[in-house]
Design a protein around this ligand. Structure first.
Ligand SMILES: Cc1cc2nc3c(=O)[nH]c(=O)nc-3n(C[C@H](O)[C@H](O)[C@H](O)COP(=O)(O)O)c2cc1C
Length: 196
């Protein structure tokens, strides 16, 4: 479809979504799921994968006044986004340390407050991490969108992003979740404007 608009028409606003995988593995199923979401995103969504998780220093409140550049970059990317799409594995019934570390860096900032969040889950077994992540981002004043937070059963399937995107059932569920998330973000934004 042409990107050009007719005279008098307004171009639909592009929504920005930052996708964060809780896994540092090269062949991570969670990262593959987010990359598939990028491939399936409709035209009015720009979904960007956050690549800095492994480079963040361990959270230490003493470092906050002279913030390390990698943390500033994380903050800026969260600030850029209209919503966060997070997909994380479960380790020992918990949220991976690297993801919790990134979230801890964001606790004292304003970037996260009111941010719509969709929590994808690549494994139906991983119920503890999903529950814990929901609690963490909620207490950080993020807005979890349950209708967009789906479990996509990838465990043991060995699918990469292209494999997920070309699977009719998986891609349909993922596409619906992204579109649902975009509508929820728009609703949150109009609510925020009404409250101004
Ligand atoms: C150290 C370790 C601990 C794990 N603990 C759990 C667990 O408690 N519950 C679970 O469902 N899966 C557990 N798993 C399995 C991972 O969540 C699973 O392999 C997941 O697909 C990894 O995600 P990734 O492919 O994105 O790296 C564990 C894996 C590792 C390496």
């Amino acid at each position: 479809m042409s990107e050009e608009t007719m005279p008098g028409e307004t171009k639909p606003t592009t929504l920005h979504i930052l996708a964060i995988s809780g896994s540092l593995r090269k062949v991570s199923s969670n990262t593959a799921l987010l990359q598939a979401a990028i491939a399936l995103a409709p035209e009015n969504l720009e979904v960007k994968l956050y690549e800095g998780l492994g480079a963040l220093p361990h959270f230490n409140p003493d470092l906050e006044p002279t913030e390390p550049p990698s943390v500033t970059d994380l903050r800026q990317q969260v600030q850029w986004s209209d919503g966060l799409l997070i997909s994380s594995p479960e380790y020992a019934h918990g949220v991976p340390g690297v993801l919790k570390n990134a979230l801890d860096w964001l606790v004292n900032g304003e970037e996260f407050v009111g941010k719509p969040i969709a929590l994808l889950n690549a494994s139906p077994r991983a119920i503890h991490a999903q529950a814990s992540l929901t609690e963490i981002v909620t207490v950080m004043a993020g807005r979890v969108i349950p209708a967009a937070s789906i479990t996509v059963p990838l465990l043991g399937q060995n699918l990469d992003a292209a494999g997920i995107a070309s699977d009719a059932e998986l891609s349909s569920a993922l596409h619906t979740a992204i579109v649902t998330f975009a509508s929820a973000i728009q609703r949150c934004q109009s609510e925020a404007v009404r409250l101004l």
